[in-house]
Design a protein around this ligand. Sequence first.
Ligand SMILES: *Cc1c(COP(=O)(O)O)cnc(C)c1O
Length: 313
Amino acid sequence: METIIQKLLEYQNNTIFLKREDLIPFCFGGNKARKAKLFFEEIDKGNYDSVVTYGSSSSNHCRIIANMAAARKMMCYIISPLESSKTTFNSVLMDMFHVKIIVVPVKDVHDTIEHTLKELISQGRNPYFIAGGGHGDIGTRAYEECYSEIKAYEKREKKYFEYIFLASGTGTTQAGLVCGQLLNNDNRKIVGISIARKNPYGKSVVEESIRQYLKNNKSPVSQEMIERNTVFVDDYVNGGYGNHNNSVHELMKKMMYQYGIPMDETYVGKAFYGMLKYIEKEKISGKNILFLHTGGTPLFFDNIKAVEKEALK
Ligand SMILES: *Cc1c(COP(=O)(O)O)cnc(C)c1O
């Protein structure tokens, strides 16, 4: 499932490349598709008859899990917070997949998950639970594998990326890449641009995912190495999840116009903008930089629709 790496543009004397995770060949791609593929390998091995997960109406993860469950004629239950339940392209698709969406106030999400799982089991069903965003060791493994693809590309093309940038949400994608780096003893810099969480919490979650994954895979790495290799930048969250400023908006339009690359404003556009600012701030120059395009194409269309509405005002 190797995704392509393409040269995109020159910036401040650096060459920026994109790894097109958005072109993974099913469910509109994205990092949630790469994670979901591994989750469903587990599910297909067991005798599960339903899937339970959680996330908002704009969740790429929930949409992809719903899609893959529907393809298997498995029931899918999504616990969704009332506070973020507006209609989006992702939620329209989820409806199309006939999932059961259970909307509750965010404070009740945890208990509702427990309750739903208990209820299914009491009916003699065998549900498989997936944490929000595909968080956990399986999600981490998906991105350790992605790191190996990057290594293979470098070997083939005789190139080296001194930096890898990506949008970091739950941090699982970043954790997987950093695990790959640590297991290979590479000393490049992987920079997660936070799209929501602030430090120290954001960084600590990524570190915990790395620690847990390496421990479960019996590959001990010192705490110091984990801390040193986890770069979680919270300077561009712009007030939190889903919030973006006009500069991100303009960048999104420019990327589409000039390069034909869709970048949503919640994840990829926000992180790409953050990366450019970070390059300026840190005076990075003369490097090969890889940006992981983590997908979110349906969100890009939500953004386009908002642009159109604005224009009609
Ligand atoms: C979920 C998501 C991310 C963040 O991934 P995490 O593993 O949760 O950090 C980035 N980009 C897109 C498009 C996503 O849907």
